[in-house]
Write a protein that binds this ligand. Structure first.
Ligand code: GAP
Length: 510
């Protein structure tokens, strides 16, 4: 791709052209930061959710899954701190009249300095070749040290302002760093104001005296308020986890970057309840486990990195993000938080119900501590989709658009293609389709020359094309073409089921 911006545009247009993602309410000119998933997008999204659910709930005896309601008692959001503290600091540019998140302006500024460091590293890597030691270089090179000192200074001031809710200090930092509005190019900034991100609505008719309730901004609270229900009905013993996948809603003011930041999105969250004092051990465990989950998709490790938090949320005593290299740079994909006993204690306090656990081994009651893993379905979609999309030049000079999705996530696992539309090949292909369709999402296609059909499947990420030809009628074998390598091999029809199962499994990471 020509550059990152072009690559990102191509992601958005490819997603629409092939039925993955459409702007919501498009015939009414769309609705800001809201998207619909089309026929292939829905399959990919469901596969992401199933891959997560299996690895969390099915593969862990001590993790169970729930599905709590989106509407919850309004006191829950008071207890969780969202009514008082779930805010974004906003700032407007007086010339362009554009609104920005003050924290994002500062973080983008830091990211630009980080890019400068990366450029120095790349230059040195080229210069020193195999002998290059990145660690040594970044700790000794004068220019890198200078950039790093700037980052450290900004991060310190920024964290202080965010922790102290010092809005004037945030504005001053933006002025001191000479950050300009990308539209007007000026530094004519307003004061910084706090803006609550929760959507409010009314429950019950106005005449009855309706109550204000909120659309949940995270799924986590539905887990906390069901802690006792699940623990007692499932006779769960600590340590244990409760997982949930569901919609969340945030009135994001700066909603850009396609499905990266949406107003309606989906989360996959797991709260892991542990003994007080053991939380940091479990935090490290989940930090490593979650990265393995990503790597098992086969996307190279250099596309992921941890970002440990300096500024901790009001409920956390440790936190890290797993960041992914999106087309617009490294950004948060997943959060892992050590949430202490904050949520259970607050819900005990606000509800008057004791949310505790009797540990029979220790012979004592306590409020469990919690490690949370929280990942966006849509961000995972964008990560795998943008990484997979490539324009490839082949040996014969022709090009193809390839969507090299991890096979376990691909909408269709295989396409069944009769070589020609005659001689009994379509009937044979249909019979193969019928024998495999209970286990795999398949597409049957008999239109156009075989080369064009392969290209269509490459563009939607189908990992295997199964071609039925005249030999198939004689010896019950088919040609299986692998999407990324385009290599073909002959496979017996009665082996197809086990062949596909074996080839679409995620890889194992130790
Ligand atoms: N329960 C903790 C929590 O909600 P978060 O870091 O605010 O933590 C967790 O959100 C994940 O949810 C993020 O890492 C991201 O993947 C996803 N997410 C958050 N806001 C989003 C948005 N506006 N659009 C899409 N995904 C979002």
């Amino acid at each position: 791709m020509a550059n990152n911006e072009d690559a990102f545009k191509k992601v958005v247009s490819h997603a629409k052209e092939y039925g993955f993602i459409f702007p919501s309410s498009e015939i009414y000119d769309g609705l800001g930061a809201v998207y619909d998933y089309g026929q292939l997008g829905t399959e990919l999204k469901n596969n992401i959710k199933s891959y997560w659910w299996k690895s969390m709930v099915q593969y862990h005896e001590n993790i169970v899954g729930i599905d709590s309601a989106i509407f919850m008692h309004p006191k829950i959001w008071k207890a969780s701190g969202h009514v008082d503290a779930f805010n974004d600091p906003l700032i407007d540019n007086k010339d362009s009249k554009k609104r920005y998140r003050a924290d994002v302006l500062i973080e983008d500024h830091i990211a630009k300095i980080e890019e400068k460091i990366e450029k120095e590293v790349e230059k040195a890597r080229k210069r020193f070749g195999d002998a290059f030691d990145r660690d040594q270089f970044v700790h000794t090179n004068a220019r890198v040290l200078e950039h790093q000192a700037k980052i450290d200074d900004i991060t310190r001031r920024y964290s202080q302002c965010m922790n102290d809710n010092d809005l004037a200090g945030l504005r001053q930092l933006i002025l001191d760093l000479e950050i300009v509005c990308p539209i007007s190019g000026t530094r004519n900034w307003t004061e910084v104001r706090q803006f609550n991100l929760m959507f409010a609505t009314q429950m019950g008719s106005v005449s009855e005296g309706s109550d204000t309730i909120y659309l949940r901004p995270e799924t986590a609270q539905g887990i906390f308020v069901n802690f006792l229900n699940v623990q007692k009905s499932g006779r769960m013993k600590i340590p244990f986890g409760i997982a949930q996948i569901g919609k969340a809603f945030r009135n994001e003011i700066v909603a850009r970057q396609f499905i990266f930041r949406m107003r309606e999105f989906e989360q996959m969250e797991m709260q892991f309840f542990v003994r007080p004092g053991e939380e940091l051990k479990w935090f490290e465990y989940w930090k490593a486990e979650r990265l393995k989950w990503h790597l098992a998709l086969g996307i190279p490790a250099e596309n992921y990195r941890y970002h440990d938090h300096e500024k901790l949320a009001h409920y956390a005593n440790a936190a890290t993000d797993i960041e992914f290299r999106f087309p617009f740079g490294f950004k948060e994909l997943e959060g892992i938080h050590s949430r202490t006993d904050f949520d259970l204690s607050r819900h005990s306090e606000f509800s008057g119900k004791k949310l505790q656990y009797f540990d029979s081994e220790l012979g004592e009651n306590y409020t469990p501590y919690v490690i949370e893993t929280s990942i966006g379905v849509d961000r995972t979609f964008l990560a795998v989709f943008s990484h997979a999309l490539k324009d490839e030049t082949l040996e014969d000079g022709t090009t193809r658009t390839l969507l090299s999705l991890p096979p376990v996530l691909a909408p269709y696992k295989a396409a069944i293609l009769p070589l020609v539309k005659k001689d009994g090949l379509p009937e044979k292909a249909r019979a193969i389709f019928d024998s495999l369709k209970h286990d795999f999402m398949l597409q049957y296609d008999e239109k156009d020359a075989i080369g064009r059909r392969y290209r269509r499947q490459d563009a939607i990420g189908t990992p295997f094309c199964i071609t039925v030809d005249n030999d198939t009628l004689d010896n019950d074998t088919v040609t299986v073409r692998e999407r990324d390598t385009m290599q073909q091999e002959r496979v017996a029809i009665d082996q197809l089921d086990s062949y596909l199962h074996r080839r679409i499994k995620p890889i194992t990471i130790d």
